[in-house]
Design a protein around this ligand. Structure first.
Ligand code: CAA
Length: 286
């Protein structure tokens, strides 16, 4: 397996919220990054997100202008999988579809040297099933970043059925080298994070739908009562209601009725009210 010290260039597959955030923190840590998405428009949107985030970090004096410019200069974009040839590591952050992720992993397996570690940012799908699309399941691991990636400290390391211990150690050291802190989860539905977070969000939505309290009081109650930065409805809007529904449906399928998605969550997604990104979820946004 490639040593972590020998890593110079990292491929990031997907330029959405998570992919662009990952590209940004990897670039900031000093690696060359190639961020790949399926069309140029998505790649450009990824760079817009990175530019916006880097300038917030400069404004808050977390980064200097020089560090932000250097990070930005290390990140290039592409739509061609072949451009990832020669990368020393890959992190996939595409949509949460098993079929798409397996296709991407099969392509990465063909494109990158066999000792290269392939990581997936999946939030609920089985790392073991994704890994089985490759001939290197021992070098496939979950590297689950939290949103917003540049700000959130935590990264969940997900250990697939065939993931080698040295791959887990590599992923752990790599994440810590990005300034993150990690925890390990077995490859069980939702891992640690979403197995616990998604029912919390789902129950918040149900409580609102069933008239337990106003949406503001549910969020205030959880913030004041448990010292979390966002209540369940605010957090659902932040993550994206479509992503919450997808994750909850996966948990429901795998773990049964205790994960049944709230009716209101389904109704909002059906109406296209997906949270901040569409201007309306449980709250309205400019
Ligand atoms: N890039 C750079 N800086 C950012 C940023 C970004 N994308 N987002 C926020 N910031 C910075 C702000 O500029 C601000 O900096 P200063 O304090 O220096 O001014 C700081 O972060 C705080 O931001 P805000 O003042 O806007 O608002 P806030 O205090 O509410 O913090 C938050 C925002 C960091 C998102 C905070 O509300 C929070 O931690 N929320 C919980 C997020 C969370 O739980 N994420 C995990 C979701 S689950 C997941 O991701 C897993 C999954 O699989 C679905």
């Amino acid at each position: 397996m490639r040593e972590r010290d020998a890593i110079e260039s990292v491929a990031v597959v997907g330029a959405g919220t998570m992919g662009s955030g990952i590209a940004q923190v990897v670039g900031t840590a000093g690696y060359d990054v190639i961020m790949r998405d399926i069309d140029q428009e998505r790649v450009e949107e990824g760079f817009d997100t990175i530019d916006d985030s880097l300038s917030r970090l400069v404004d808050s004096e977390t980064l200097t202008e020089g560090q932000a410019t250097a990070a930005r200069d290390r990140i290039t974009g592409t739509t061609a999988m072949a451009d990832l040839t020669g990368c020393d590591m890959a992190i996939e952050a595409a949509v949460e579809s098993m079929e798409i992720k397996r296709d991407i992993f099969a392509e990465l397996d063909d494109t990158l040297d066999e000792e290269v570690v392939l990581a997936t940012n999946t939030s609920t799908l089985s790392v073991t099933t994704i890994a089985s699309a490759t001939d290197r399941p021992a070098r496939v691991v979950g590297l689950h970043f939290m949103n917003p990636v540049p700000v959130m400290k935590g990264v969940e390391i997900v250990v697939g059925e065939k993931t080698a211990r040295e791959t887990v150690d590599f992923a752990d050291e790599f994440a810590m080298g990005l300034g993150k802190e990690t925890w390990e989860s077995d490859d069980k539905p939702g891992f640690v994070s979403n197995r616990i977070l998604m029912p919390w969000i789902n129950e918040g939505i149900r409580a609102y739908d069933e008239g337990v309290a106003s949406k503001e009081d549910i969020d205030r109650g959880m913030k004041l009562g448990t010292n979390v930065p966002m209540g369940p409805l605010e957090l659902a809007d932040h993550v994206g209601l479509d992503i919450c529904l997808d994750a909850t449906e996966t948990l429901h399928e795998e773990l049964g009725d205790r994960y049944k998605p709230a009716y209101l969550l389904k109704r909002k997604v059906a109406a296209g009210d997906l949270g901040k990104k569409t201007g309306e979820g449980f709250y309205e946004y400019d």
